[in-house]
Design a protein around this ligand. Structure first.
Ligand code: 6GU
Length: 225
């Protein structure tokens, strides 16, 4: 899978993509991530990437020219499954969407800033818009890093424990049960007895019951689907 990220703050991706699972996934060749600085494509003499909003109002708008040139260059090089725009005024991302995107060959992710991009970029190039939740971030970069993390970990072979992505919270619309490790007794804080029983059936039943109770208590909305 190849992911091209279009941003005016490329440095923001150095840390999230330079460590841990995302680094390993790139080193092992499961994914290639390319960060493109939109400013490098500006033909303006001051390398501008934004301008005032028509109609007035506070805040700048990301202009068409550098974004369009960059998208057209990438599209000439290969076909893209999706050209995604990260923006708070979109449908909220979820696990189902992550599963779907993890099957893509090539995707572009455009990160918005300021008041956002000129609507004509959205109308003519963007094939999918993603928000990560009902709150406003200063830009789409951190949101894009979250989306990339969630899809890359689903690519077979990326996680060392192949089955673990399948038992995650949300894969079955249930939250994960509590987990414990040694010691079994920490200054009187004991783990649930059933986990020491060695009885797999009883343990599975206990975990399912915990999952259901937790979901009903903190995320009953997940049980509606
Ligand atoms: Cl994708 N971008 C911004 N700027 N804010 C957000 C968001 C995205 N998702 C939630 N809030």
């Amino acid at each position: 899978m190849r992911i091209d990220i279009l941003t005016i703050f490329p440095e923001l991706f150095e840390s999230p993509f330079g460590h841990s699972m995302l680094k390993r996934a790139q080193n092992k060749g499961f994914i290639e991530i390319f960060i493109h600085n939109i400013r490098d494509y500006s033909t303006d003499k001051h390398k501008s990437v934004d301008d005032y909003a028509f109609g007035g109002g506070a805040g700048m708008v990301m202009m068409i020219q550098p974004i369009e040139d960059l998208i057209l260059k990438l599209k000439l090089e290969r076909d893209y499954d999706e050209i995604i725009y990260m923006t708070p005024d979109a449908k909220v991302f979820n696990q189902k969407e992550a599963n779907r995107l993890s099957l893509s060959e090539n995707i572009i992710i455009l990160c918005g800033h300021y008041k956002g991009v000129d609507q004509r970029i959205r109308d003519h190039y963007i094939t999918k818009e993603i928000s990560i939740g009902d709150y406003v971030l200063t830009g789409g970069e951190l949101a894009a890093a979250i989306v990339v993390d969630s899809i890359v970990r689903l690519i077979p072979g990326v996680l060392s424990d192949e089955t673990s992505a399948l038992t995650d919270s949300f894969q079955d619309n249930l939250l994960s049960p509590p987990v414990y490790t040694r010691p079994a007794d920490h200054n009187g804080w004991k783990i649930p007895e059933v986990l020491l029983s060695g009885n797999d059936k009883l343990i599975d039943e206990w975990r399912e019951k915990q999952s259901m109770e937790l979901t009903m208590r903190v995320r009953p909305d997940l049980l509606d689907d």
